[in-house]
Design a protein around this ligand. Structure first.
Ligand code: R5P
Length: 291
């Protein structure tokens, strides 16, 4: 078994290889001036190859996955496992207007054609309940970072209210709260555009309380920043933010900090200055379970 990594996901992949006791190597990558990618794999591959790479900023990466998987097959890999802690294109699961591509289905099927197993963490599934509905593979596995996040929070805080900023976050917030015995609440969110959202806090006494907002991702940061702003208006004590997938596009982090967050804690699903919660043990257990 060999874990291969692209240079942009070197450290997380190497940690996964270490946990698995597997060989590790890097894919060589060259970006031509016109934007095309050249990739080079080790010329001799074992039967089982694992590619570990999160699919944030996905458009170039999807082409590289195609080049990778087809080449790995030609070089002798019989089984190719994709470990993508952050999985892209999972949010567009219907055509909201006639003619729109249903990206979740298209990208899901592409991954199922290229890989034998796909392992990811808390993919943003809205109208479907199982990852296999998007990626038609027996081994399309969706792990949850909830337990790891709960254990992390238990070490940081004696007590806090966990707050989900929208109904979709309820699943994570409820799970984490029940694991560590914290109170929780869930806000209501209406999204009007990429950067336009409205949040309504639940009826809850936040005055001088410590609150941890938990969400699966921060993209533009508007959800987090607005929730923090409303909590401040309600006289909250310290506010922390926990994010599974720290996409933090553009000014997202700045906005969240400006809103008054005390700390931002993220997993290392995507490498970021706030990535302090490691997923490698959970990922390696999942890989071992499918061997
Ligand atoms: C969507 O419902 C997700 O759970 C996140 O709340 C959302 O993607 C965050 O987006 P943004 O940071 O752009 O507000």
């Amino acid at each position: 078994m060999l874990v291969l990594a692209f240079p942009d996901y070197h450290s997380q992949s190497q940690r996964l290889a270490g946990k698995l006791g597997a060989e590790f190597d890097l894919v060589e990558q060259h970006r031509f001036p016109d934007g095309e990618s050249l990739i080079r794999l080790p010329p001799v591959l074992p039967g089982h190859v694992i590619l570990c790479r999160s699919l944030n900023q996905p458009n170039d990466k999807l082409v590289e996955l195609l080049l990778f998987a087809r080449t790995a097959r030609e070089l002798g890999a019989k089984r190719i496992t994709l470990v993508a802690p952050y999985l892209c294109y999972m949010r567009q699961d219907v055509a909201n207007r006639a003619g729109e591509a249903i990206s979740q289905r298209i990208v899901g099927r592409l991954l199922a054609e290229l890989f034998d197993d796909v392992i990811t963490v808390d993919p943003h599934l809205h109208r479907i309940s199982h990852l296999q509905q998007a990626i038609p593979l027996a081994n399309a596995l969706s792990l949850s970072a909830g337990h790891v996040i709960g254990e992390f929070l238990r070490k940081q805080l004696d007590q806090a209210i966990l707050l989900g900023p929208d109904s979709e976050s309820a699943q994570w917030v409820e799970g984490i709260a029940s694991t560590i015995g914290f109170d929780y609440a869930v806000a209501d969110k209406v999204r009007r555009g990429d950067r336009e959202i409205e949040i309504t806090l639940p009826k809850f006494d936040f005055f001088k309380k410590t609150v941890v907002i938990i969400d699966d991702m921060a993209s533009t940061g508007r959800t987090m920043a607005r929730t923090i702003g409303l909590l401040k208006e309600a006289g909250v004590g310290d506010v922390y933010a926990v994010v599974t997938h720290p996409l933090f596009c553009g000014d997202a982090e700045e906005l969240i900090r400006y809103a008054g967050v005390k700390e931002i804690w993220s997993t290392d699903s995507i490498e970021h200055a706030t990535s302090c919660i490691r997923l490698d043990s959970m990922l390696s257990s999942a890989v071992k379970a499918i061997l």
